[in-house]
Design a binder for this molecule. Structure first.
Ligand code: SF4
Length: 301
């Protein structure tokens, strides 16, 4: 690891009154220098509560947008502007409006992995951890759930509501390599398999638990198992190893998000030097998107 660049980042961070937030899917060297590591919503809440005026968001665009939605008075930097999310990009406002026209009585529940302008068109946002709770709580028995079809299917199997599911997916999770998972399970037959609900249903059937990243952290804390196979983006195994050095973790499914790996130490340094690229959103979109995020918070606390 380049200690010179790390020292420069840490000095500049203080000078610019910045805080560095990293998603659990970020590479190890980014997680190691971050002030906070977590899931997208946790990090956005941290961004809103921090006293720092500058947020360096090491993740993908929709996450940095959500941080900006929750704390518009702060400068939110996304060190690599091309760090997008194919799942978020698979839904656009005109197409969602067309679906809403087909189901006029349905309320739209939108996974936070979505663009700000689409959030602005939805009734409430949700995360992978609280999707079922949000769906159950919104005042309609008919729901449009977007954009992840696997998470939508996961929720619909547990809910009695009528759920119209958008046909989008996270390319990395949706193409999880089941043969690889089976092979790792054979080698580590005593391990628990924890998988993300963005993986397909046939993966859930193999798993001990289907959980978002925050749920995986909690599950490991409460489990008596020593070994875990992690069926989500590989950065999460590093996160868990850091939190629980006395347990053993392996990834299963070869789930790798190329967009999450676009942030580098050099890009963080450059971003801090110039205080750009910063997230900017149209005020009306930001305020409407805030209302959808706030509804989720009202429901889930
Ligand atoms: S892992 Fe999937 S949902 Fe997450 S940022 Fe990458 S492409 Fe998007």
């Amino acid at each position: 690891m380049d200690n010179g660049i790390i020292s420069e980042i840490l000095e500049l961070k203080d000078e610019k009154d910045a805080v560095i937030l990293a998603h659990s899917y970020q590479p190890p060297e980014i997680q190691d220098i971050a002030d906070h590591v977590g899931d997208s919503l946790q990090l956005s809440r941290t961004a809103a509560s921090t006293r720092s005026s500058v947020i360096v968001f090491c993740g993908v665009r929709f996450m940095a947008e959500t941080a900006h939605i929750l704390s518009p008075e702060k400068t939110v930097l996304l060190p690599e502007p091309e760090a997008g999310c194919p799942l978020a990009d698979c839904i656009e406002v005109p197409a969602l409006r067309s679906m809403q026209d087909v189901y006029p009585d349905a309320l739209t529940v939108l996974y936070v992995n979505s663009p700000a302008d689409v959030k602005a068109e939805s009734y409430a946002c949700c995360t992978s951890a609280n999707a079922l709770e949000v769906v159950e709580s919104v005042p309609s028995d008919e729901i449009i759930f977007a954009p992840d079809r696997n998470l939508g299917t996961f929720v619909s199997r547990k809910s009695d509501k009528t759920i119209h599911i958008w046909n989008g997916a996270c390319r990395c999770h949706a193409t999880a390599d089941i043969q690889n998972i089976r092979a790792v399970m054979e080698e580590w037959s005593d391990a628990e398999l924890l998988v993300h609900p963005e993986t397909p249903p046939e993966v859930w059937e193999l798993a001990h638990a289907v959980l978002g990243t925050g749920g995986m952290i909690k599950h490991v804390a409460e489990s008596s198992s020593q070994r875990f196979i992690i069926g989500t983006e590989e950065g999460m195994a590093y996160r868990l190893k850091t939190l629980y050095p006395d347990r053993e973790f392996r990834t299963g499914g070869n789930i790798y998000c190329v967009n999450m790996k676009k942030i580098t130490l050099q890009k963080i340094l450059d971003s801090l030097k110039k205080l750009e690229p910063a997230i900017e959103l149209d005020t009306e979109i930001r305020e409407k998107a805030y209302a959808a995020v706030a509804r989720m918070t009202e429901i889930t606390g």
